[in-house]
Design a protein around this ligand. Structure first.
Ligand SMILES: *Cc1c(COP(=O)(O)O)cnc(C)c1O
Length: 223
């Protein structure tokens, strides 16, 4: 097996074990392979090995990979998205995980494509992080309720980096609780929790992640 094949198998196995510990079914968890700074040949190899979901942080970098891999893969925008790049992003991606302000939401709606959207929430209050506060999330959801093309499907978060994955657990649990709270408040049925990266995806799965965004554990350290 190639390195990538082994890493994918190992990652899937770790997701499976986390599911078993949490009494969840592995089909509930989508593995999104994060391809930022990864050469297109490696991404193509991962695709040939059966991965279907890929995540990118930058519109410009995604373009070449989306074109090279052709139809088949599903692309997820997971990085901060500038409003003036929304049009390009809507063409390249099916999912956008980083909705954090009304201007971006309105611009995506205006484009008229049925995009699946996740709202990025900054639960730690770190000033260096993007993402909506809990209060601005409510404003976003109120606005989303009036839109016809885009589809709000869930929440995304990124805890502060820590070597110890257990430090992420409270943030993951908080996102799960927030989803359930806002679903009730707004009469919505959002189901997706995009949380967990290479360092902490098993904890995220134990706390209910439906999408994990894994780069390094599949492709190795980024240059
Ligand atoms: C880079 C990145 C990831 C993947 O990080 P790894 O630690 O390499 O798994 C996940 N989510 C976001 C938003 C990222 O920017």
């Amino acid at each position: 097996m190639s390195n990538i094949a082994e890493s994918i198998a190992a990652t899937r196995d770790r997701i499976l074990r986390a599911c078993l510990r949490a009494g969840r079914r592995p089909e509930e968890v989508r593995l999104i392979a994060v391809t930022k700074k990864v050469a297109v040949e490696k991404v193509a190899e991962a695709s040939a090995l059966g991965l279907v979901d890929f995540g990118e942080n930058y519109v410009q970098e995604a373009k070449g990979k989306v074109e090279a891999l052709g139809p088949g893969p599903t692309w997820h925008m997971i990085g901060h998205l500038q409003t003036n790049k929304a049009k390009h992003a809507a063409r390249l991606f099916s999912y956008i995980h980083s909705i954090d302000r009304i201007a971006l939401l309105s611009e995506l709606e205006r484009l008229g494509k049925p995009l699946d959207l996740l709202f990025e929430v900054n639960l730690s209050g770190e000033a260096t992080k993007h993402g909506a506060t809990e209060e601005s999330l409510r404003g976003l959801l109120k606005e989303a309720a009036t839109l016809r093309h885009v589809r709000p499907i869930g929440l995304m978060t990124m805890p502060p980096f820590d070597e110890d994955p257990e430090k992420s657990r409270p943030y993951f649990a908080a996102l799960r609780e927030l989803l359930s709270r806002v679903n009730k408040e707004f009469g919505m049925k959002m189901t997706e929790l995009s949380m967990g990266m290479s360092a902490d995806f098993e904890v995220a799965v134990e706390e209910g992640a439906t999408m994990v965004r894994v780069g390094t554990a599949i492709f190795g350290e980024r240059l």
